[in-house]
Design a protein around this ligand. Structure first.
Ligand SMILES: [Zn+2]
Length: 388
């Protein structure tokens, strides 16, 4: 490698370091950036000049100083561009526009008719492009425009190759999502598993390690984050705890196995628990607001709905006890619309953990994610891979 290449590559590495630091610590002075990165003041000044010219960093007044001149403070420019995040679930697709600090500035939820859910890759592509275009049109003018779109998918996907191996509840196999969408868009596209997106979001909100995110939807998607990085395993599909067997003679899962955890701890299972109590028609199907309706009825005092949530919590607890025994996480976060039912889920999960997990795993921290954790994590894929 030539000397010129070396110094160019080194400058890129240093620029990333300075960008990350300003992003995480805004507002911060040049001298603090120099002290925290170990880079000399002249290098930091030159890199900051580049970032200011590109409008990723802005000067925001003066900081404090014990003596001498007050330092000029730097801040990452959240409005330098925008990201799109999409959360594809089986009964709805949520699409958001966020600024570069991850703040949601526009959100759209499109209900999907579950009874018509066996859609093809072409149909899903059409839905994704329609939603992305609609949200992109809401973006305010900015120096860099839309920098990218991140898509959370409920199944086995490879973040590196952009390939969806298998989306069990959508009946899609081996689909090159990024290539299919990129042809129609002017910005890059990233995909990841919904559990991984939720885990990244939960880690950013409250860093803890290892962290496990459990996304409860029609199925159960999970993600593991260790020291801020998603644990992906050998072929990129680690964390498919939704398909761990919890009953050898259990229900048939869409993945082909019997007794998978998601058959007992998902919205599908919750619907069944309500049907078994005579609270819903045997023919009733899931709809986009299902979890919200169940939680509302429980909050209003309907004992049957409260019991169904407690049953679901018990089964969530069984899987969580297994995960805790295997991973020994610092924190487990439950996401998806059903997280609003924490008042019934939490005690049921805790009770199972006390009986079925070992040592300190009995006391593992259990949190419930905010509503937009997965879709925010999807948008964050763009920031993480294009800016930081
Ligand atoms: Zn399965």
């Amino acid at each position: 490698m030539s000397k010129t290449m070396d110094s160019t590559a080194m400058r890129q590495v240093n620029k990333k370091l300075v960008t990350q630091l300003i992003y995480e610590r805004s507002p911060v002075s040049r001298i603090s950036v120099s002290q925290m990165t170990g880079l000399n003041k002249a290098t930091v000044s030159s890199l900051v000049d580049d970032l200011i010219r590109d409008q990723y960093v802005i000067e925001v007044g003066y900081g404090r100083s014990r003596r001498g001149r007050k330092p000029v403070m730097l801040e990452f420019n959240a409005k330098a561009g925008y990201c799109i995040g999409v959360n594809v679930q089986i009964t709805y697709v949520t699409t958001v526009l966020t600024d570069l600090m991850g703040q949601i500035v526009h959100k759209h939820v499109r209900p999907i008719d579950f009874s018509q859910h066996q859609f093809s890759a072409a149909e899903l592509k059409h839905i994704l492009l329609t939603e992305i275009d609609a949200v992109a049109a809401k973006a305010p003018a900015s120096p860099h425009g839309i920098i990218g779109a991140g898509i959370a998918l409920p199944g086995m996907v490879n973040f590196e190759t952009g390939l969806a191996y298998y989306l069990p509840n959508i009946e899609i196999t081996e689909w090159d999502v990024c290539q299919a969408l990129s042809k129609h868009l002017t910005f890059p596209v990233f995909i990841d598993n919904d559990g991984n997106c939720g885990a990244l979001s939960a880690y950013r909100a409250h860093p803890s390690t290892p962290l496990v995110f459990v996304n409860v939807g029609i199925g159960v998607g999970t993600g593991i984050v260790i020291d801020g990085e998603v644990f992906r395993g050998y072929k990129g599909i680690a964390g498919e705890f939704g398909h761990m067997t919890i009953s050898t003679i259990g229900l048939l899962c869409r993945c082909g196995n019997y007794g998978c955890w998601e058959q007992y701890a998902s919205e599908q299972a919750l619907l069944r628990y309500l049907q078994e109590r005579g609270q819903m028609e045997a023919s009733a199907d899931l709809e986009s607001q299902f979890a919200q309706i169940v939680v509302e009825r429980a909050v209003q005092g309907d004992v049957h709905y409260q019991e169904a949530l407690t049953t679901l919590g018990g089964y969530l607890g069984i899987g969580i006890a297994n995960i805790a025994n295997g991973v020994n996480p610092e924190r487990i976060v439950i996401g998806g619309p059903i997280a609003a039912g924490a008042a019934w889920l939490r005690p049921a999960i805790r009770s199972v953990l006390r009986h079925r997990s070992i040592l300190s795993n009995k006391d593992v921290e259990i949190d419930f994610a905010e509503e937009d954790a997965v879709v925010s994590g999807a948008a964050r894929l763009c920031i993480a891979h294009l800016i930081l």
